[in-house]
Design a protein around this ligand. Structure first.
Ligand code: DOR
Ligand code: ZN
Length: 350
């Protein structure tokens, strides 16, 4: 028996940054997204990456084939930008309606990014074409320069890569993904146009202490790495502000436990399953439940030029905590679920 104490209804949400992987992992995780989200922007950092429109079409087919029977879900495909990407192929992908955005991974910045961009000059013809045809660029905004401290990599990226790029191509629409710093929030807030930012669930909840205090906690390690508390507070303020430039991108990134619980653990936190419960908790804490719909369901589609979903989702706050599994079993192995370190009382009712 559960006892409802409050409820809210919003348009069905979308996830504007998601890793679904492939094969057995894809089959194991897709249902956690399609249960709650109508659409998601699918990250292309597979091995090998999704580089061409034809790669993206084949990957989309595999995603649709892995969907649980009866679920309606629209994968919004992205291309992985390389120094050899063809501008014509990108344009064709957009024209055919298959490609929603192109993703820039600075080479070496994160999981499966070694095929990404080392010298942005080499990607300029593609970026110029994207500016011309109105195709957004999603960026992993961190420099990879070894001298730059990992906690400063986002701020340095803004100054040395993103701002110069935007000055050079003011018509290019840029999504700064998984913003983790007040520097990122300030930069987006001060932009006049063509810049927006996605924020993850976990960066609204953890700061870097979660990773390091009381022992090293690999399941709180992701990239960009969580920063100090003042940054988390800036992210909360932006996410709950209603400002149309900020929206949800979970960056839910499943890795099997053995690849996280080891001497050199992978970056990535798995939040698809409990994101909506976590977000309702955060927005309630910030006295902003009435703005959850803007963050999760309205601002993202408006930025990407899509209509918001017509379907509704109801979240119910119950006295008893909602039971989420500590891990999910996939054909690829177990994946630990994000633990927000507080009980979740908001349940998705339908
Ligand atoms: O934590 C992360 N995991 N950050 C990324 O940028 C990539 C992702 C992954 O693919 O595992
Ligand atoms: Zn990601």
């Amino acid at each position: 028996m559960t006892t409802p104490t409050a409820e809210i209804t919003l348009r069905r949400p979308d996830d504007w940054h998601l890793h679904l992987r492939d094969g057995e992992m894809l089959k194991g995780v897709i249902g956690d997204t399609s249960r709650h989200f109508a659409r998601a922007i699918i990250m292309p950092n597979l091995v090998p990456p999704v580089v061409t429109t034809s790669d993206a079409r084949a990957y989309r087919d595999r995603i649709l084939a892995a969907l649980p029977a009866g679920d309606r879900f629209e994968p919004l495909m992205t291309l992985y930008l390389t120094e050899h990407t063809s501008a014509d192929d990108v344009e064709e992908g957009k024209k055919s309606g298959l490609i929603t955005a192109v993703k820039l991974y600075p080479a070496g910045a994160t999981t499966n990014s070694h095929g990404g961009v080392r010298d942005i000059e080499k990607a300029m013809p593609v970026l110029e074409r994207m500016a011309k045809i109105g195709l957004p660029l999603c960026v992993h905004g961190e420099v990879t320069t070894p001298e730059v401290d990992i906690f400063d990599r986002e701020a340095v990226f803004i100054d040395t890569v993103l701002d110069p790029l935007r000055r050079r191509l003011p018509e290019l629409k840029v999504t700064m993904e998984h913003v983790t710093t007040s520097d990122g929030i300030d930069y987006i807030s001060s932009a006049e146009k063509n810049l927006a930012g996605s924020i993850t669930t976990h960066h609204l909840i953890i700061n870097r202490n979660a990773i390091l205090v009381g022992g090293i906690k690999p399941h709180y390690y992701c990239l960009p790495v969580a920063k100090r508390e003042s940054h988390r507070l800036a992210l909360r303020k932006a996410a709950t502000s209603g400002d149309a430039r900020f929206f949800l991108g979970t960056d839910s990134a499943p890795h099997v436990d053995p690849l996280k619980e080891c001497a050199c653990g992978c970056a990535g936190i798995y939040t698809s399953i409990n994101t909506m419960s976590c977000l309702a908790h955060v927005f309630e804490e910030e006295d902003s439940l009435d703005r959850l719909e803007a963050f999760a369901s309205l601002n993202g589609p408006a930025w990407y030029g899509l209509a918001p979903n017509e379907e509704r989702m109801t979240l119910v706050r119950q006295l008893e905590p909602v039971a989420y599994p500590a891990k999910i079993e996939t054909g690829a192995g177990p994946v630990t679920v994000f633990d927000p370190m507080f009980p979740l009382h908001w349940a998705v009712a339908g």
